[in-house]
Design a protein around this ligand. Structure first.
Ligand code: PHE
Length: 357
């Protein structure tokens, strides 16, 4: 085949060339115009050609080279239009698709706030088991053997109490129940810590209640304990006043009503001026202007003795509140059951940033 024929054959071959990807276009470019490419080879052969043939052959070779470049450009454009990296143009200024993000549960937010507020005045956080023995949940806390909390109607027992032994002052040792309050943790702290003690115990508690808008069989408490020399009822009131004002704002006030708990003497129920209506009266406070927020009292000397603390030297106060109840006042949640349904439309509304304080 003469050189002129080879030029024509190569031209025909180039016209038929195909490429599906940019890599294939590059392969084609190298095969034609690369150092050992077919077009380059013809240019090398051109050098050997007799001078009378050079004019025509030179023109054809230049045409061939241009045609090769044009075909490369064409194939490149084809790949860009239909290749895998193509597709609709990307609008970099378009807003991104937002994925739903999780948020803290309202109970977690409120519990953390309570822990923070007491942390600022030196309270540590203590924890204990949710399955608790009789001594820590009841016995050491001065619950008489016939106290209704010791009844299976009120408490979830893991091992049912033995009535024969109940008569001798408390259920048998090792009697296990789901703790009904986190006062059990306070017993553990008093038994095992050096004095003075200033601690709060947040945690889950369980009571055998029918589930309704106002009650659940599982809820959260934060209980507090302060034991030192010379702790007085005035200290208790000052501490709780500081706490309620920190959480609900400086405008609220508290009052105490006499009450009874087996482990405190004297005992009181704490009411807060209604943070919703400012005391004027609304359906949350049942038009009384006050809402009950916790129980409290001076630790009964018998409880101190049960925990090896000398009541002639030391005194203390304790208090306990339900986190669901506090959160209900903070967020105006009408029905306790909403906390546990985990409906994202409910949960989405709570972020630490929207906390009223
Ligand atoms: N333990 C009590 C309850 O479960 C609350 C409380 C704690 C009351 C400490 C007085 C002192 O309701």
């Amino acid at each position: 085949m003469s050189l002129l024929e080879r030029v024509s054959a190569l031209e025909a071959e180039m016209a038929k060339a195909k490429a599906r990807t940019a890599a294939e276009v590059e392969q084609f470019r190298v095969a034609m115009l690369g150092r050992n490419g077919a077009v380059t080879e013809l240019f090398d052969a051109f050098k050997e050609v007799a001078s009378e043939e050079k004019r025509l052959l030179g023109q054809r070779l230049n045409q061939l080279k241009k045609a090769a470049q044009a075909r490369i450009d064409e194939l490149k454009a084809g790949v860009q239009e239909s290749g895998p990296s193509s597709g609709p143009a990307i609008d970099l200024s378009a807003p991104s698709l937002t994925e739903p993000t999780g948020s803290l549960h309202p109970i977690t937010i409120v519990r953390q706030r309570i822990v923070d507020i007491f942390g600022r005045i030196g309270y540590t956080v203590s924890q204990g088991p949710e399955v608790e023995d009789d001594r820590h949940n009841f016995g050491a806390l001065n619950f008489p053997p016939d106290h209704p909390a010791r009844d299976m109607q009120d408490t979830f027992f893991v091992h049912p109490p033995d009535p024969a032994r109940k008569e001798n002052g408390g259920g048998p040792d090792g009697d296990l129940a789901l703790r009904t309050h986190t006062s059990s943790v306070q017993v553990r702290v008093m038994e095992g810590s050096k004095l003075p003690i200033r601690t709060i115990s947040p945690g889950r508690v369980y009571r055998n209640e029918a589930i309704s808008a106002r009650a659940h069989c599982m809820f959260h408490q934060v209980e507090g304990l302060y034991v030192d020399k010379g702790v007085s009822f005035a200290d208790l009131k000052g501490t709780l006043d500081y706490f309620t004002k920190s959480l609900f704002g400086q405008d609220v006030s508290i009052r105490m009503r006499p009450s009874y708990f087996p482990f405190t003497e004297p005992s009181a129920e704490v009411d807060m001026s209604c943070s919703i209506c400012g005391g004027a009266g609304c359906h949350i406070c049942k038009h009384s202007g006050w809402v009950e927020i916790m129980g409290c009292g001076m630790v009964d000397p018998a409880v101190l003795v049960n925990c090896n603390i000398d009541p002639t030297e030391y005194s203390g106060f304790a208090f306990g509140m339900g986190v669901e109840r506090i959160a209900q006042l903070v967020y105006r949640v009408p029905d306790l059951r909403m906390y546990w349904e985990n409906d994202v439309r409910f949960l989405d509304q709570f972020t630490a940033g929207t906390f009223r304080s």
